[in-house]
Design a protein around this ligand. Sequence first.
Ligand code: TPP
Length: 315
Amino acid sequence: MSSRLEIYRVMVLAQAWEQALLRLIDENLAPASYHPGRGSEGSEVGATLALEDTDYLLYDHRGMAHIIAKGTSLTALFGDFLGNELGTTNGLGAGIVHVADPERGVLGQSGTLGGSQLIASGAALSAKLRKSGQVTMCFMGDGAANRGTFHEAANAAGAWKLPLVFVVQNNGWAVSTPTEHSTGGSFVDRAKGYGWHGVQVDGQNPFDVHDVAVEAVERARSNNGPTLIEVKTVRLTGHYLADPQQYRSAETKADASTKDPIVFARKLLHESGEATEDELEKIEAEARTQVDNARDEALKGNQPGQDLLTRYTYV
Ligand SMILES: Cc1ncc(C[n+]2csc(CCOP(=O)(O)OP(=O)(O)O)c2C)c(N)n1
């Protein structure tokens, strides 16, 4: 269980990291394509901070807040986007990043959206067979939750009571397709059909997301089966960096912008007296310094040499 201030700190850290990455892309230093995570921090940080270090994370393509919340080095994450040897993949994961940090349980994401759901079930089955007590958390968007892989993974996990948590980040869009055009029924209602526990929560409130995730992780760890958490969240930007977003109206975008989880959390912490303005500013300044240091460090990394081509090859 993380404190509210810790949840806020990690959300701000993720936001600062993303802003620094966008500057690197703008400066032509990172040859990356990227799906910004602004708006998803409440879901990604709130849920991931319910995990222990040894638990498994299958992240998804939107933003990096879940990976940052799992504790992966900020320098290594920059290294992945710069495609240099300081990255978690030593330079193999440039561009659309495929972070792997097994020491912190970060198992990566699948090459195609939705493949992670099956990998997550496999990881959870492995943990169950080994009686390791590890929980697996798998993030996906509403679009990815509509792949057949979801149903295969969910059915097996329900039948075998696997220690698994699915976090469906329902931001209302799969690129330009609104969820209601692609989805019959609601995601949370699917849980019952597979023998899972299901809960829906508002992603604008990261503290509520955290409470729900702590319960889900506890349920999984005590062998009481998987949980599907549907987080109603927002995408504050386009699907990808240069997305002109012609498919959504100015009104829809303005409405989403009122649901920023970082703004919400800051206001709540301030108004409840949990943190003064000075304390909040200190947290924000420290996050920026931490990110700047990580960026400077990562920029010193070397491009990988030819030896990398055979380093992970087994014959
Ligand atoms: C199997 C597969 N189909 C299509 C894509 C291309 N693609 C990348 S992101 C994306 C939209 C996913 O929408 P959603 O799952 O709702 O997540 P969001 O982008 O809204 O966070 C698509 C179609 C892909 N990567 N994999």
